[in-house]
Write a protein that binds this ligand. Sequence first.
Ligand SMILES: [Fe+2]
Length: 173
Amino acid sequence: MRTRSACRCTHRRPLAPHISERTISFHYGKHHAAYVETANELTADTAHADVSLEALVRSLGPGDRGSKLFNAAAQAWNHDFYWRSMSPGGGGEPDGDLAAALAASFGSVDALRDEFAAAAVGNFASGWGWLVFDTAAAGAGPGALRIVQTDVEHLANWEFASANYAAALHAHA
Ligand SMILES: [Fe+2]
């Protein structure tokens, strides 16, 4: 499995004070590293050896769910996405097509924040929420963004979100 650089971190506390050095040491230095190492071990010298992490996860079928390879690859992908969703210089306001889509979907960015926070707080355990592109509503214009249930808005990497939104639009054009 080919891995991408997981994090643009250049120092030990890149997301402080919102995400502590201790949290990063666990989730990046231990969890993420272990999932990548396991996935690489399980794919070495196999047909999956030279595929990207995303391609690997997509290639695994329902019968693979719960397998050691699926769990390692999916968790590596989840952690990679998590890191890319935040930026030391993040926060503020999105712009461009994403800003228009957020306004069409939620009424305003502030309304998105309120709905996102409510979903995260109402989610038992770690408070995760996801802003997703609703493929069923893709043809209905820009209002196709939904929250399916973070509380880390000060780090929001709108550039990454815009790139994902553009990719989703392109895939469902
Ligand atoms: Fe983790």
